[in-house]
Design a protein around this ligand. Structure first.
Ligand code: ZN
Length: 271
């Protein structure tokens, strides 16, 4: 497995960013982990899995559709010796722009022209429903439009997958709904070893695993997101399995231990 960095973003902390925590308390938590307290910084980390016969990319970053500090996935992939044209499968965890925009450049070209694209069936059913798009509040319409920009040209070839199914040998989809209706975690297994890619089950785990009841504004169903977060992090802690986060500090992988009030993220040791 190879974690690859697509980039970072920085910007003002939106009002209501964590719905059940004051901006002051959130800023204090940022300071406690030595992050700037006057802005929100995010980081984006897709994962490539080589299962011996197939190269599988999980989530895709922004390509050239995001901030100038993002869109580095393909360059970093090449630097790691992986040819984007050799990617056989792209597995998407959910349809937020930072996970899907990297499938297609701003100019419309497919970034992984030889890859089969696999998406959660529950996510497809929710976001590709035109009636739901028309009924959505104006603030959500741009999101529906991004999803159509990416998927409409390839809709007939996209493979929808169900939770609990093995997508390619060793790679299995896990129900992680809450962040979005079809949000999916992925387990990667090899012999007795297992890694859990949790996608956006938490944003930065130093904040949101540590405070599992925080309701990030991007969590569409807050109660369900909290229940999913606790279920997956409890499992990771109990089974001592390695975890990969899309929004943790690069290389975004490590372990989870349970604390009195939440979970600690312990970076993996590399030697
Ligand atoms: Zn995300």
């Amino acid at each position: 497995m190879t974690q690859l960095h697509d980039g970072t973003t920085r910007g003002p902390i939106p009002d209501g960013f964590v719905r059940n925590v004051s901006k002051e308390d959130f800023q204090e938590a940022l300071g406690a982990i030595f992050m700037p307290t006057d802005q929100w910084s995010n980081t984006f980390t897709p994962l490539v899995v080589n299962n011996g016969s197939r190269l599988v990319l999980i989530d895709s970053g922004f390509s050239n559709n995001g901030a100038p500090t993002t869109g580095n996935l393909v360059a970093n992939m090449r630097a790691a010796g992986i040819d984007p044209n050799a990617i056989n499968t792209v597995v998407i965890s959910h349809f937020h722009p930072d996970h899907i925009n990297g499938l297609r450049t701003k100019e419309g070209a497919a970034v992984y022209p030889n890859a089969e694209i696999m998406v959660p069936a529950a996510e497809w059913a929710f976001w590709m429903d035109d009636a739901r798009m028309s009924a959505a509040p104006d603030a959500m319409k741009p999101l529906f439009n991004v999803i159509r920009r990416v998927f409409a040209p390839m809709a007939k070839d996209v493979k929808q997958y169900e939770w609990g199914k093995e997508l390619v040998p060793g790679i299995t989809a896990v129900d992680a709904k809450g962040h979005t209706p079809g949000h999916t975690a992925i387990t990667i297994a090899s012999g007795n070893a297992r890694l859990l890619y949790v996608a956006d089950t938490t944003n930065n785990p130093l904040l949101f695993a540590r405070n599992p009841e925080w309701r990030l504004m991007f969590d569409m169903d807050g109660d369900q997101a909290i229940a999913t977060r606790k279920r997956l992090l409890d499992m990771a802690a109990a089974d001592r399995i390695q975890v990969s986060f899309y929004h943790a500090i690069f290389p975004a992988t490590g372990f989870i231990s349970k604390t009195a009030s939440g979970y600690d993220f312990v970076p993996a040791f590399w030697s």
